[in-house]
Design a protein around this ligand. Structure first.
Ligand code: HEM
Length: 424
């Protein structure tokens, strides 16, 4: 039997400020100092255990041991997540709601999504050609807002594109921000929810007729296990759970443009003989660059793992960034190397895997793992082909460094591109 041991413990009654000061490196720094996959700290007034690595991910996604109800902190619910959405559900209720999201992710629907991303990139290019330069991160947000609204059958009048884009962006840029940026996120969530509540109402009273296969239709007519429709607010929260993260792919778009700039040698390989190289390149972008730092769950019961005793009702946080950079999983994790995914190419988002956890780990169909992983990968593949083969552009002198403290982070310049032209 394994000996029990005490968690290494971080000093201090409240260490939330350290998380804000160290950002993506808060957890990996401590796992290294303590030489342990788990340590105890205090965050937002309560004790928390922070875990990292592949074995820790397996533990975190064990639904016998963890639940999500009550795990998300108030600042995240007021901005990123909203209340009553899938992220806080467990067991049957969760699996039932996950089916709603997975019903939107058939192969055909994901293909339509990727075609819409391409269509809106092409359309936007005609405007970009008239401008001396563009900030690609900001332009990508609008491209993705247009694409996801069309994909979801959410009406988006031209005059509202900027406003709706800003609202959606404010929700994912703000949960860990302070001051003005955080307040914008709270306002963005309120405005976004009232916009979509109104649309849900219009669908239900017959004023609006979205196609059956779209998110607006499916969310509006989704029945809970008790046979009732979702209340309007929860329906708006779930529709935002499609719209908001689809626009957040703009962050990966900025990192895709950056990686093509930093590692130009990949272009030839992407256009070369290995048909899987593009997948491998995208996987490496999702592993290498920081995005979602961590997520939390609550223990359902007392148990022992690796000699550590977890008490029922404890907040446990899984370090996504640190797991994606764990040298026990990834050889030379600090190097950008798409070839490391050579043997992953048959299944770029494996059904169950606990190594690449940029969008969570565990079971894609039934667990809390992100249902939008394929949409993300396909959109990035479309963008990569577009940047290499469809347009030419220059990357002028600029600060493309990115903060490891600001969450979510992007290249500081937002990726300025200039002299954009179609090729051929
Ligand atoms: C921008 C790229 C994206 C990133 C980095 C991302 C990341 C994540 C992460 C880390 C989780 C939490 C996993 C967990 O609870 O353990 C998650 C969950 C979720 N994501 Fe994504 N996501 C992205 C894109 C998308 C897209 C495109 C959609 C929908 C079209 C989506 C919808 C969701 C939903 C509904 C959940 C909650 C799942 C559940 O709790 O069962 N995400 N995502």
């Amino acid at each position: 039997m394994q000996e029990t041991r005490a968690f290494p413990k971080e000093d201090g009654l409240e260490n939330g400020l350290k998380v804000l000061r160290e950002g993506y490196m808060y957890a990996p720094n401590r796992h290294k100092i303590y030489q342990s996959d788990a340590f105890e700290t205090r965050l937002l007034g309560e004790a928390a255990i922070v875990i990292g690595g592949e074995e820790a991910a397996k533990l975190f996604y064990d639904e016998d041991k963890f639940k999500r109800e009550g795990a998300a902190p108030e600042p995240a619910k007021a901005t990123l997540l909203g209340k009553g959405g899938i992220q806080g559900l467990d067991d049957e209720a969760h699996r039932h709601r996950k089916q709603l999201f997975m019903s939107l992710m058939s192969k055909e629907r994901i293909e339509i999504w990727s075609k819409l991303v391409e269509k809106h990139l092409l359309k936007a290019t005609r405007e970009w050609m008239d401008q001396e330069s563009i900030i690609f991160y900001e332009e990508a947000q609008k491209v993705l807002t247009r694409a996801v609204c069309e994909w979801s059958d959410v009406p988006l009048p031209e005059k509202d594109v900027e406003k709706r884009t800003r609202q959606l962006v404010s929700m994912f840029e703000s949960p860990m921000a302070a001051g003005k940026r955080h307040i914008e996120g709270r306002i963005g969530r309120k405005q976004g929810e009232s916009w979509l509540k109104e649309l849900i109402k219009q669908v239900r009273n017959g004023q609006l007729h979205p196609r059956e296969e779209t998110a607006l239709y499916q969310v509006a007519w989704h029945k809970e296990l008790d046979g009732h429709l979702l209340d309007e607010k929860t329906a708006a929260v779930e529709l935002l759970n499609v719209l908001r993260p689809s626009v957040a792919i703009a962050i990966y778009f900025a990192f895709t443009a950056l990686s093509l700039h930093q590692f130009p040698e990949v272009k030839e390989k992407i256009n070369g003989e290995n048909p899987y190289y593009l997948h491998m390149f995208i996987q490496e972008i999702r592993r290498y660059y920081p995005f979602f730092p961590f997520n939390g769950a609550i223990t359902r019961k007392d148990f022992t793992w690796n000699g550590y005793t977890f008490k029922e009702g404890t907040l446990v946080i899984l370090d996504f960034y640190g797991t994606n950079h764990d040298s026990r999983i990834w050889e030379q994790p600090g190097q950008f190397n798409p070839e490391r995914f050579n043997d992953w190419h048959t299944s770029p988002t494996d059904q169950v895997q606990m190594k690449l956890v940029s969008q969570g780990g565990g079971d894609y169909d039934t667990g809390h793992r992100c249902p939008g992983e394929w949409n993300t990968v396909r959109a990035m593949e479309i963008l990569t082909d577009f940047l290499i083969n469809k347009i030419s552009y220059e990357v002028p002198e600029q600060d493309v460094g990115f903060s490891m403290v600001k969450v979510p982070t992007i290249p500081k310049s937002g990726m300025v591109l200039k002299n954009i032209e179609f090729i051929g």
